[in-house]
Ligand binder design. Structure first.
Ligand SMILES: Nc1ncnc2c1ncn2[C@@H]1O[C@H](COP(=O)(O)OP(=O)(O)OP(=O)(O)O)[C@@H](O)[C@H]1O
Ligand SMILES: CC(=O)N[C@H]1[C@@H]2OC[C@@H](O2)[C@@H](O)[C@@H]1O[C@H](C)C(=O)O
Length: 397
């Protein structure tokens, strides 16, 4: 009988370990940096014991951001650049992981696995691309083999393709971790993540997973960031300084809200392919608000984020005793957070820190958890989402 490939032998041993050390990586649509979460897992599924041991966001420099922006969410892109970036981002992320491990005094050999999201460069759900011959599609780059070979650590990557292959839109994948880490019997909860795009997971008090809903809502920070980059030469509106100095243009705000995306059936996903400055320019044209000053524009876009999130929650989850736990960079945007508090007076709004989950680390933790499930979990049926284990395995040699 031929001998079992050594990688597979090691994989079996790793999968059966009582506790595992895993690194979760997230590089989101905001392109602010790489989130690296070092987590310890015991068990799997609803019995997952989890501890965040270390977390760091390593900011991207402007040169890297500009390179990725050349292809990010672009209908037309240089294919050579895509190929180069796929390898480059894998190697670059590996380098950042090694830097983080060195800082934390941990040897790569102590880490059982890396779960890497990669960098989304194009997200194309069918309701958005509308091409009859094609189904949902999404593309994340930053190849897993490069990470595995450069770090020497088993790497699990490209999680979204399985979700699409099994009938989903490839996102949000947050629901699997949100259900495992965020549910509490007797409490009606929403876990709201305000990243580039805002999404939420509804976790019912009775724990009935068929009632769980996880969906994108619309823009989180993406339009605010785009306007700050374009008109203020700033990566984002730090502490809402610009929005707080501006005045909301109600006519433009109303027009921004008129898009079929907001009436799509749930769950639905989106990205900066739709919510970009062209979207804003079109709304400005229809509402004849081209002349508003740029400070008012940032205020209006911030209100747009607050309005779409609060409208969504009011429409779908008008539930007494609702508790909302916020994560993502948008939780640091006071304008958006104040908007939500005012618009949702019946809900209690807190931070995921109250659940023991660092709000900046949440998405990286969720990918680490998906990696743990890929190694030793079972597919879980949640709502009408595909019951699948996701991720592709890359070995170091
Ligand atoms: N002090 C602050 N004031 C206002 N906004 C802030 C502040 N700190 C962070 N942000 C916002 O958070 C963003 C980063 O958020 P986050 O890291 O959650 O995004 P992401 O992970 O790229 O998004 P996604 O979940 O869409 O993939 C910044 O681009 C900015 O808009
Ligand atoms: C295709 C893609 O990268 N989508 C991201 C993005 O950022 C937020 C929102 O849009 C969400 O759907 C998703 O990420 C999170 C981590 C998710 O899958 O749950």
């Amino acid at each position: 009988m031929p001998a079992l490939n050594k990688n597979l032998q090691k994989l079996f041993t790793t999968a059966q370990k009582e506790t595992k050390l895993g690194i979760g990586l997230m590089s989101g649509t905001s392109l602010d940096g790489l989130d690296i979460a070092l987590c310890k897992f015991k068990g799997n599924g609803t019995d997952t014991g989890f501890e965040l041991l270390q977390f760091i966001t390593i900011p991207y420099d402007n040169r890297f951001k500009k390179e990725v922006q050349q292809v990010f969410a672009q209908r037309q892109a240089d294919l050579e650049k895509v190929a180069l970036l796929n390898a480059y981002i894998g190697s670059f992320h590996a380098e950042l992981i090694l830097q983080a491990l060195d800082k934390w005094n941990i040897k790569p050999a102590e880490v059982d696995f890396i779960a890497s999201h990669g960098q989304t460069i194009y997200h194309a759900p069918k309701h958005q691309h509308k091409q009859p011959d094609y189904d949902n599609a999404t593309l994340q780059i930053g190849d897993g083999d490069h990470i595995a070979v450069k770090t020497g650590i088993l790497t699990i990557s490209d999680f979204r393709q399985k979700h699409i292959a099994a009938g989903g839109e490839g996102a949000p994948l947050a629901l699997y971790g949100d259900v495992l880490l965020g549910s509490k019997a007797g409490e009606e909860r929403i876990l709201l993540n305000i990243g580039g795009i805002a999404n939420l997971t509804y976790l019912p008090a009775d724990g009935d997973t068929s009632k769980v809903l996880c969906t994108d809502i619309g823009p989180g920070n993406t339009l605010i960031d785009a306007a700050c980059r374009q008109y203020f030469n700033k990566p984002y509106d730090e502490d809402s300084a610009i929005a707080n100095a501006g005045k909301v243009d109600e006519t433009l705000l109303e027009d921004l809200l008129h898009h079929p995306f907001f009436n799509e059936t749930l769950p639905k996903t989106t990205g900066p392919e739709l919510f970009n400055l062209e979207y804003v320019a079109n709304a400005q044209q229809t509402s004849r608000s081209f002349n508003i000053n740029k400070t008012d524009l940032v205020a209006t876009l911030s209100a747009f984020t607050g309005r779409t999130i609060s409208n969504f929650i009011k429409t779908h989850f008008n539930i007494p005793g609702l508790k909302i736990f916020v994560s993502g960079g948008g939780a640091r945007n006071p304008y958006v957070m104040n908007y939500l508090t005012t618009a949702l007076p019946n809900a209690e709004i807190a931070n995921t820190r109250d659940l023991g989950i660092d709000p900046d680390a949440k998405e990286a933790i969720l990918f680490a958890l998906l990696g743990n499930e890929a190694l030793c979990g079972k597919p879980i049926a949640i709502g009408n989402n595909p019951a699948v284990l996701m991720g592709k395995f890359s070995f170091a040699s």
